[in-house]
Ligand binder design. Sequence first.
Ligand code: CA
Length: 526
Amino acid sequence: MNIVRSMRRCGSASRSLVFVAALLSLPITPIRADDPPNIVVIMADDLGWGDLSCYGATSLETPNIDRLAAEGLRFTSGYCSASTCTPTRYSFLTGTYAFRRPGTGVAPPNSPALIPAGTPTVASLLKQAGYRTAVVGKWHLGLGEAPGPDWNGELKPGPLEIGFDHAFLLPTTNDRVPQVFVEDHRVRGLDPNDPLWVGDTKPSDDHPTGLTHRDSLAMDWSHGHNATIHNGVSRIGFYTGGEAARFRDQDLADHWVEHSIDWIEQDPRTPFFLFFASHDLHVPRVVHERFRGATSLGPRGDAIAELDWSVGALLEALERLEIDDRTLVIFCSDNGPVLDDGYVDQAIERLGEHRPAGPFRGGKYNVFEGGTRTPLIVRWPERVPVGESDQLVCTIDLPASLAALAGVPLPDDALLDSFDLLPALLGEPNAVGRPHLIQQDNGPGNNLGFRVGDWKLIRSRSQRASNVELRLVPTPLPPLQLFRLSTDPSERTDLSGEFPEKVAELDAELQRLIDAGRTRPSVSAE
Ligand code: CA
């Protein structure tokens, strides 16, 4: 385990190529059953590696997240498993690569539940260990049985059917309809006399949209995002009704922080697992009025300030309740950055010298490092040393790692790609991270990144990718590219011509791991 206390170039992150066998043989230090830590996973939305001052940003300040890093372990090779929202969240909960389950790309407003009821998840495993469990914030994994949610009835199955005791959700994502909260199995505050209808076709000729009423919008759209208008913002998809249940975009963060703290306060003495899924800084970036103009970067920067406030408010509550020392807080993101993602919010015009992906190329929607290498911070004052780690870890590893922490055995036929990296995540001496990681974009496997130690293979079946230079224009890609991350963290020099045998070796190994159906070794196969 390398813990270095000075800033190190992240390209040096990969000296630790090890084998799964060695990884699995590491001793695990279970937590005493009578003293398990609380666990809070804070997942930011579309936050890039370079978007925080503790990751080198100088155009804005994130004092609360910086404090988390200053009091914990900051990973320079922390990843999410996909470069869009839904597949990363699927993998974080289930511990299985989303490309193994077709249909787990960005979920539409009327998507049924993408994770079948009863699927083992990080939440169900911790619940099995006696944890109270809740998810608060953006869901975007579908609700209800096929063909789609019954918005006026029971929204089931959903989080409560995969291990959460409580859910308080934005059901989809806020650039998609509808703008209502779902609490457990119901739309909160829904008036039965004003039923909620959600669909993908215009419900009537006179239904106002971002196309017909563009002059009325508080934030204009730049592409797509021009259907039903709510709160001066047009969205993807159509809806009517449910007026009393609708929220104001500006209040999302406040609602979620307040609801989370209320839930913790209900029983702060029983170990709890809170998945806090912020919507910041996904579009539409409509922050609370008190954060408007908080940065020089426009709404995208202001959303980072709002995210930072959310983290600070949660930390403050843990301290007030005197449980912060025995609470493991994991901060992460669901994919890398994007600038113009469908609304006119000056993300490009006011960017200045800010580098949202840090030194990396790419971002949301592609499998260059910027798409999935994202901030990852672990803080647990009682247990985790202060410092920095270059070990390769991924949010897909949290289910197996947190199950190990709670002393819960893993089912053999689930969590197929989640490695128990608890020693590395807790900063234990000599602990090592993943030997390899498969990175996907939104699709079912057309474009994959494959990092093995210092090497990075990019396989592009579609031979094009979006947002490669943080602009939503397609960039042509060769079918196979090879990069050496230690000397070329920005993935600018394709070495595939120089090392054809390495390309063939990695491509074959990638295919073998896909075909095997799992990367976590099966116990029954031994
Ligand atoms: Ca996202």
